[in-house]
Design a binder for this molecule. Structure first.
Ligand SMILES: NC(=O)c1ccc[n+]([C@@H]2O[C@H](COP(=O)([O-])OP(=O)(O)OC[C@H]3O[C@@H](n4cnc5c(N)ncnc54)[C@H](OP(=O)(O)O)[C@@H]3O)[C@@H](O)[C@H]2O)c1
Length: 295
């Protein structure tokens, strides 16, 4: 595969996108940000900005002209829009499409979680089919597990940094992985720097493996105070999630997530050798330093 130089980033103005754009620029790629016509998003001066009407194939085709790769960090609610984007990417001669995954190891999710993440799974099937039909086209899916630094700030890991409170699920000893946003950006850049190694694969990366109890200990050490801790059972969240989903309520995802990541014995954390960190040449991240910087 010839080198990838021009990279279009879709939805690069959200939670994850700016870190991806920054890492791509640092790695020397020419970056074009595709953004909705009505968007008020702003981008670094060295990024070319292309307003796009995602419902118009002409508009999308124009935006993808000359691009070697497309990275989608589009919002969860807009995931289904990627289907037509991928079709246009193939027609435009794009060599690599990285879909908006960046979360759970979706090829392995089951039950309610798989139902909620259906758009990601459907896109994987479409990418596989298109790559089989078009040898010059390829894709890479990336699971990052939780956004770790972002998650600490917004509370998705069970910690409230402002109030110094924690919710520990089950024993708090279940290992799980997380990835800091700059690290995810570096992972995307590394994938595009290693196109052969990463073609037509779903890979997992992570900043580190940890547990809720380890995080709590470091938060208490670094903040120099004891935190108020509440204990909850993940089996209760499984029930709540199933009931919500039965009523079509997709906010159940947050409840399923607690079970998936924190339930004792769930074993979802990638095993030794399942992470692509080493083969992508990604630097090791430090949990304590991350916690310090978030505090
Ligand atoms: N692992 C985790 O903990 C975690 C957490 C959050 C998200 N995620 C995943 O990471 C990916 C990116 O999520 P994110 O939170 O960074 O996304 P986001 O901030 O919600 O949205 C990203 C961008 O998508 C564009 N967008 C928003 N609504 C749109 C619409 N209706 N149609 C087209 N474009 C739209 C916007 O860009 P413009 O305004 O420039 O058009 C927006 O800035 C998703 O796959 C999500 O599921 C993972």
């Amino acid at each position: 595969m010839s080198n990838i130089k021009n990279v279009a980033v879709i939805g690069g103005s959200g939670n994850l996108g700016p870190s991806v754009i920054e890492a791509l620029l640092d790695a020397g790629f020419e970056v074009t940000a595709l953004t909705r016509a009505e968007s008020k998003a702003t981008f670094p001066a060295s990024v070319k900005v292309q307003k796009v009407d995602y419902s118009s194939s002409t508009s999308v085709a124009e935006a993808l002209k000359g691009q070697d790769a497309v990275v989608s960090t589009i919002a969860t609610l807009a995931l289904s829009q990627q289907s037509s984007l991928v079709e246009e990417a193939v027609k435009a001669g794009v060599k690599r499409f990285i879909p908006s995954e960046f979360g759970l190891n979706t090829p392995k999710v089951t039950g309610g979680t798989a139902k909620i993440l259906g758009a990601k799974l459907q896109l994987q099937e479409q990418l596989k089919k298109l790559a089989a039909e078009n040898p010059s086209f390829s894709w890479t899916g990336v699971s990052t597990s939780l956004f770790f630094d972002w998650g600490l700030k917004v509370g998705s890991l069970g910690f409230n940094v402002k109030d110094k409170t924690a919710t520990i699920f089950d024993s708090g000893n279940e290992p799980f992985t997380g990835s800091n946003l700059p690290f995810i950006g570096q992972s995307v850049a590394a994938i595009l720097k290693h196109p052969e190694q990463t073609a037509n694969k779903y890979i997992q990366v992570a900043s580190f493996t940890t547990t809720q109890n380890e995080i709590l200990k470091l938060l208490e050490e670094e903040s120099g105070t004891k935190w108020t801790v509440d204990h909850k059972k993940t089996e209760d969240f499984q029930k709540i999630a199933d009931e919500k989903l039965a009523k079509g309520d997709y906010s159940s995802f947050g409840d399923y997530l607690k079970v998936y990541l924190f339930a004792d014995g769930k074993g979802q954390s990638p095993k030794e050798g399942e992470l692509a960190n080493k083969e992508l040449g990604l630097k090791t991240e430090d949990l304590k330093a991350t916690i310090k910087s978030v505090l």
